[in-house]
Design a protein around this ligand. Structure first.
Ligand code: UD1
Ligand code: MG
Length: 461
């Protein structure tokens, strides 16, 4: 069924104490609002309207290029007033309109779908939750009498009588309404209440008066309807989200040293027998093939890691591709365009950028490979670097198969080292080195017989 989704995102978020608009704060690397926009898309919304106000330009810019309509609400006179601004942007052809909050990021598709289905373009469906401490929230007021009594109204906390304040069933802020009726109802809202606001929740009593059925559906968890108003709540929902990610990974067979010490900020896909130690962060799209083991405290973004590879602690990878049975780290850094073949070893304090290393190549200690093509089984010594940048342009270094580069070499690009060559330690190589030969480019060692070390002059008295 075709669906409108309205996302309320005009509010200020004073308690965040931040210059950043509230809905642009992030959970798992994506803004709160982005989570909600994705939920709308997952529900099959054909028209998503975002209501902006505080920081409107920034908020709209953050979603540029997405298939959304923006409407501005200035000033913010309540949720009903917000909906009045959204009404002209709705698609009348969509029978149902779902209301979401931009600061309630973890709304589950199952609950939202249930609500949309309950509405069916004919009934007013409210997502509700029983809270131990309902204070501040709108209360679901039902008819007196038998259980499962009809919903009669939502009463805001500030307008509620003491008896109504005792009600623990609260409104989550999420509803699904018949589009045509919603449009009619919101034009009739008034602000004669404790807060002098236009309450969207007043449409409930209007529906009851018009004989339109009102149904309440329960949320699946507190987390999915929890709003973010403070850094504390932001951190709580971050943990809730990460717990869900960790559960899903373990469900798929991944062995996590501690599900509470994992952060996935994007999509992590895994093969069989993957192990992840504590404190790792996965960003963007990361794939770990069968048998991959990730040591503690690695940060890995937009990277694919091949079967059986071991990544030791404190390794950082961005836009890299790592082959099978490789050994990376500890303290290795793979930058964009690092493409490592099978059984490559990259050791401590080795940085690789925009370089391919063929199978079995090794750079085990303190080295830099930038803009290089490295052949199979190359051994790249400690302290050696490619001088790939002349201050204006970058140049390539091509190292043939089976080359040995000694320690502390500077390979001045553009440069080609032929297959099987050996480069003597401490060499600065700025001309191509022939295949199969030993090339050395360093000052000759000299000794001075009879040389005396200068003595300190005696101090003047
Ligand atoms: C609202 C509900 C209340 C419910 C609660 C759940 C009304 C009148 N009350 O409370 O029953 O229990 O949500 O959290 O709807 N917003 C705008 N423009 C405005 C006002 C709000 O865009 O003028 C947005 C806010 O940014 C926020 C959401 O709407 O995302 C809810 O606003 P908030 O003030 O937190 O909720 P209440 O109105 O107090
Ligand atoms: Mg309010």
């Amino acid at each position: 069924m075709a669906l409108n989704v309205v996302i309320m995102a005009a509010g200020k978020g004073t308690r965040m104490k931040s210059a950043i608009p509230k809905v642009l704060h992030k959970i798992a690397g994506a803004s709160l609002l982005d989570h909600v926009v994705r939920a709308a898309a997952a529900l099959g919304s054909s028209r998503t309207v975002v209501i902006t106000g505080h920081g409107a330009e920034q908020v709209e810019a953050s979603l540029a290029g997405r298939d959304l309509r923006f409407v501005r609400q200035e000033p913010q006179l309540g949720t009903g007033h917000a909906m009045q601004q959204a009404v002209p942007a709705l698609d009348d052809g969509n029978e149902t309109t779902l209301v979401l909050y931009g600061d309630v990021p973890l709304i589950g598709t199952a609950s939202a779908k249930k609500l949309v289905a309950a509405c069916g373009g004919r009934q007013l469906a409210l997502l509700t939750i029983e809270l131990a401490d309902p204070s501040g929230y709108g209360r679901i007021v039902r008819e007196q009498g038998p259980a499962a009594a009809q919903v009669r109204a939502i009463v805001e906390h500030k307008d509620a009588t003491p008896a109504q304040r005792a009600i623990r069933e609260t409104y989550t802020g999420i509803m699904a309404a018949p589009t045509a009726l919603l449009k009619r109802w919101v034009t009739a809202l008034r602000n004669d209440n404790a807060q002098r606001e236009y309450y969207l929740t007043d449409v409930v009593a209007m529906a009851v008066a018009a004989g339109v059925p009102v149904v309440a559906e329960s949320a699946a968890s507190e987390a999915e309807v929890a709003g973010v108003n403070s850094p504390q709540q932001l951190a709580e929902l971050e943990r809730a989200w990460q717990r869900t990610q960790a559960e899903a990974l373990m469900e798929a067979g991944v062995r996590l040293a501690d599900p509470a010490r994992l952060d996935v900020r994007g999509t992590l896909t895994t093969g069989r027998d993957v192990e992840i130690d504590v404190g790792c962060i996965f960003e963007g799209t990361v794939h770990l093939a069968d048998g991959v083991r990730i040591g503690a405290h690695c940060v890995i973004r937009d990277t694919r890691i091949g079967e059986g590879t071991q990544v030791q602690p404190f390794t950082h990878m961005v836009q890299a591709v790592v082959g099978a049975r490789a050994e990376i780290g500890p303290f290795a850094r793979l930058r964009p365009g690092a493409e490592l073949g099978a059984e490559v070893h990259i050791g401590n304090f080795v940085e690789v950028k925009n370089s391919t290393l063929a199978a079995g190549a090794k750079a085990n200690h303190l080295a830099y490979l930038g803009d290089a093509t490295v052949g199979a089984r190359v051994n790249y010594g400690a302290g050696s670097i490619t001088a790939n940048y002349d201050g204006a342009n970058k140049h390539r270094t091509v190292i043939g198969d089976d080359v040995h580069v000694g320690s502390n070499c500077v390979l001045v690009a553009p440069l080609t080292i032929g297959a099987g060559a050996t480069i003597g330690g401490g060499s600065t190589i700025n001309k191509d080195a022939p295949a199969g030969q030993l090339t050395i480019a360093r000052a000759k060692q000299m000794s001075f017989p009879g040389w005396k070390r200068p003595k300190k002059a005696p101090k003047a008295a």
